[in-house]
Write a new protein. Sequence first.
Length: 125
Amino acid sequence: MNPIVTKNAPAAIGPYSQGMRVGNLLFLSGQIPLDPKTMTVSGATIEEQTETVLLNISALLAAAGLSLKNVAKTTVFLKNMGDFVRFNEIYAKHFLQPYPARTTVEVSELPKQVLIEIETIAVFS
């Protein structure tokens, strides 16, 4: 196993790695909308927070030599399922067909009271 680390995405705020390569798979820890420079929440709306999360995921993928095209699966945690349509509009701007597999669930609370968290699995091909 090889850890993936970059200053272009938020540092871990607990005892975990930003990402871990295992064979030809890359597992990224859940990303919340933190500005990697200030480690403060970026954006107040679901659209703004989704954009920040996807930029952080892209930075982690780039640190591993990958891009969003390599993503096989995402798991999305929303604070409010009522944000699903607006979240999906931003998500669809970043991913192209064929879209990764995805699970989306509503949760009661997320770190730092953010609206969204996304974890990612990508494949080295």
